[in-house]
Design a protein around this ligand. Structure first.
Ligand SMILES: Cc1ncc(COP(=O)(O)O)c(C=O)c1O
Length: 361
């Protein structure tokens, strides 16, 4: 199995990390999108209060959790979802990596993924023994009919947000061909210059979720990456199928995390606070990188700035590492990223200020 997986690219960044660590004021690590701010107090309390959990939890999640997820979809994304068609997952990376397998994809099947993408879509195709095909838009697929088509808006790494009009076309295309369309919406509440749209919204899919799945994570909205909490919603038949396989496979979200996730989904105040922090950091970094000579492409949503100086990404990585700033080379996300770097704004205010000083000083 391991032979079918790509080399872990982050090892290539190690020398630049070492270089950045030599800076007298320490490294500013903007290479990974991992939250650094505290998990909200009310969520921690819910986790602790649910600590007594001697029995097995339900793979399907508690009814309260599914209600909370449906409520959140309605309130924040304008989606009408049936709580019965919602299934908790142990962080969405797990789901992304196993979804093709869980949906029965295998040898001879194609999984279409964006040309610039979160690497786990490709991993998921490989784990299933299927073939992944990186495509730029539907035309890139030609006559090919994949079993699964992944989209991701706001995008990791580019921050591109797909408008409703575009999503409508993708839904129509997928339906005409019986392709399962999976929309990774883990940055849905992090729109800056464009409003992220869910594929499950009625103006996109006409109130019919057949053939559609939307994947949602609480890692970024609620600083909950360490809890491993997310869910999938959409086509009731597909969700039921996933539930059945996951029950057999023991892919069960722990009961205390289910309780914490329920509370997190019912509260928006902590999300607004977190959004405000990210908006400030994003603005500071954007201004500083532009002053240094970078162009910002896309980046309308999500947790990243997609930057270029129209030079090979490794040259940029090197230059910035000498300033003590570590960023991710665009190449990690696809060949089309060869001249970009991805800058995460998941760093503390103090570290962001240090980066700004180094870039503008
Ligand atoms: C596009 C995308 N999807 C899914 C994930 C997985 O998130 P998690 O496993 O924390 O839910 C990430 C994490 O960075 C991501 O960028």
């Amino acid at each position: 199995m391991i032979k079918t997986l790509p080399d872990f690219p982050w090892d290539l960044l190690a020398p630049y990390k070492h270089q950045a660590q030599q800076h007298p004021d320490g490294i500013v690590d903007l290479s990974i999108g991992t939250p650094v701010d505290p998990t909200p107090e009310l969520v921690r309390r819910a986790l602790a209060e649910a600590a007594d959990a001697p029995g097995y939890p339900a793979t399907y999640g508690t009814p309260a959790l599914r209600e909370a997820a449906a409520g959140w979809l309605g309130r924040r994304l304008g989606v009408t979802a049936d709580p019965a068609a919602i299934l908790p997952v142990i962080g969405t990376k797990e789901l992304v990596a196993w979804l093709p397998t869980l949906l029965g994809a295998g040898a001879g099947d194609t999984v279409a993924i964006p040309t610039l993408a979160y690497p786990t879509y490709d991993v998921g195709a490989r784990l299933a023994g299927a073939t992944s095909l990186a495509v730029d838009g539907l035309l890139g697929l030609g006559p090919a009919t994949p079993k699964i088509l992944w989209i991701n808006s706001p995008s990791n790494p580019t921050g591109q947000v797909l408008p409703a009009e575009h999503l409508r076309k993708v839904v129509t295309w997928a339906r005409e061909r019986g392709v399962i369309l999976i929309s990774d919406e883990c940055y849905a509440e992090l729109g800056w210059e464009a409003e992220p749209v869910s594929v499950l919204r009625s103006d996109v899919c006409g109130d019919d979720h057949t053939g559609l799945l939307a994947v949602h994570s609480l890692s970024k909205r609620s600083n909950l990456a360490g809890y491993r909490a997310g869910f999938v919603a959409g086509d009731p038949v597909l969700v039921k199928e996933l539930l059945e396989v996951r029950k057999h496979a023991g892919m069960i979200m722990p009961a205390p995390v289910q309780a914490a996730m329920t509370v997190a989904l019912e509260d928006d105040e902590h999300v607004e606070e977190q959004r405000a922090r990210y908006a400030r950091r994003r603005e500071s970094l954007r201004t500083a990188f532009e002053a240094y000579g970078f162009r910002v492409d896309h980046s309308e949503g999500g947790l990243y700035l997609w930057l270029t100086r129209d030079e090979p990404c490794w040259d940029t990585v090197k230059t910035l590492s000498e300033l003590g700033i570590l960023v991710a080379p665009g190449e990690f996300y696809g060949a089309r990223g060869a001249q970009h770097v991805r800058v995460a704004f998941t760093a503390t205010d103090e570290r962001v200020a240090a980066a700004v000083t180094r870039l503008t000083g």
